[in-house]
Design a protein around this ligand. Sequence first.
Ligand SMILES: Cc1ncc(COP(=O)(O)O)c(C=O)c1O
Length: 249
Amino acid sequence: MNSNTRLVAMGMASNAIGTVNDIMWARAITYKYNAWLLLDAVHYAPHFAIDVKASGCDFLLCSAYKFYGPHVGLLYTKPGLLDRLPTDRLRTTNQMAPYSIETGTLNHAAIAGVTASVEFISQQGKGNSLREKIISAYSNIGKHENKLAQRLYHGLKEIPGLSIIGQPFGKFERSPTISFTLKNKTAEEVCTHLATKNICAWDGHFYAIRVMEVLGLLEGGGVTRMGISIYNTEKEIDIAIKEVKSLSK
Ligand SMILES: Cc1ncc(COP(=O)(O)O)c(C=O)c1O
């Protein structure tokens, strides 16, 4: 970074290997260079509460379909900031944000679905206001997901020839997303077998091409990824471990 840096865009959590990035560290550096900070919270939002003010970010993006909602993209900007950004070749009737970037008829049904997904999340917690409920809900969601993710992590770790990619649990804040490689099996072979047992896992790079490249995992089919959500159970985790183990023999 230097004084020419205008914008830093970074992920809050990796959808490929579960890492949660240190936003406050990034924020401190961007302040130093007077650059904007844009956070991709697509993978973070289903698992952790977000406080845009506390993060100090200028922009934050997430997708409702990752937190039990429909396909709607969400953009937060610091108050007033969007009005300072000219749109490219787009002359809307109302030049003020958000109308300057929201043209035509909005997808009202989907937007109602976003409200419903936020309400659904808030119902997982307690509190007097919607905000309190959401924060409490994420605390409950986090406890449940983390417990299952640790069970999966430790169960998989014992399997001969299996390597988990990414940081361990306990030491770092981490999303409940576990990726691994298995000796003598491609990730596609692992996922194809799991699918026959009704276990949904995905193989490849998950569009996180750079991290896979840096880790030397891009060639050879990438990794197998298992993600935990609020609806998963301990029983499911144990079945998943057993099925992956059956492939290691
Ligand atoms: C971290 C991250 N950023 C961005 C995206 C893309 O989001 P969308 O599907 O809403 O374009 C994804 C989707 O998996 C993601 O995990």
